[in-house]
Write a protein that binds this ligand. Structure first.
Ligand code: DC
Length: 220
């Protein structure tokens, strides 16, 4: 039986960076499910698909995940779109289109299959509640919106035309609202998830806390 660790939480809480650190230390596969929703959003944008046509068009999207040297890549057909999906426009579009039940159904089996076949740390919004309800360990990772916006601002500040702190904070709050208030699989802490608030923690401290929680539960 594979070991499954679910990490959910809002945008910018540090899920992907921390999950990567933890999976490297445990030798598990890190699965970033947000990349799947982003790839669907890219497919919808590139093909100008209207909201009403999204459910019927998904059968042609051909979204898949691959792992190259243990690093996840996401594909539309044969095309590796892993880098193209990291724009603010795709972030916002993924947040909007991920509320559509047909999109969530379409990506459900891809996520479950990987977890069935591998020891995984899977991050997202509904992993502990919907995708892997029987996960061995569930973590809900959060931080205040202001701290998350500050981190994102520091990351982007070195780039030309980077958005202001206020713009980033407003985007984060909009995405939090969308992700938390949608009807299907909203972002919420599973009843049996452990809450880790990273507002005052470094990445290393957060990773250490999570490793400790995992080793207490599954003895790794
Ligand atoms: O984790 P991320 O920021 O890359 O995710 C992009 C969007 O995809 C996010 O706003 C909500 C959605 N998402 C989701 O609904 N369920 C998941 N398991 C992962 C992401």
């Amino acid at each position: 039986m594979s070991i499954n660790i679910a990490i959910d939480g809002p945008a910018g809480a540090g899920k992907s960076t921390i999950a990567k650190m933890v999976s490297a230390r445990l030798g598990y596969i890190y699965v970033d499910t947000g990349a799947l929703y982003r790839a669907v959003a890219l497919y919808i944008t590139e093909n100008n698909i209207s909201d009403s046509d999204i459910p019927s068009s998904l059968k042609n999207a051909d979204v898949s995940l691959g792992f190259i040297d243990g690093v996840q890549r996401v594909f539309l057909g044969d095309r590796d779109v892993s880098d193209m999906i990291r724009t603010p426009e795709i972030s916002m579009s993924a947040s909007r289109t991920s509320a559509i039940p047909a999109v969530r159904e379409y990506l459900f089996s891809t996520q479950q299959k990987i977890a069935l076949e591998n020891n995984v740390i899977m991050d997202g919004r509904d992993i502990g509640t919907v995708v892997l309800p029987n996960a061995d360990v569930k973590i809900f990772l959060t931080a205040t919106p202001e701290e998350r916006a500050k981190r994102r601002y520091m990351e982007l500040a070195v780039k030309p035309d980077s958005p202001s702190y206020e713009e980033i904070l407003s985007d984060i709050k909009k995405r939090d609202f969308n992700d938390t208030n949608r009807t299907t699989a909203p972002l919420r802490q599973a009843d049996d998830a452990v809450l880790v608030d990273t507002t005052k923690l470094t990445l290393e401290e957060s990773a250490d806390i999570i490793i400790k929680i995992i080793s207490e539960k599954v003895g790794v």
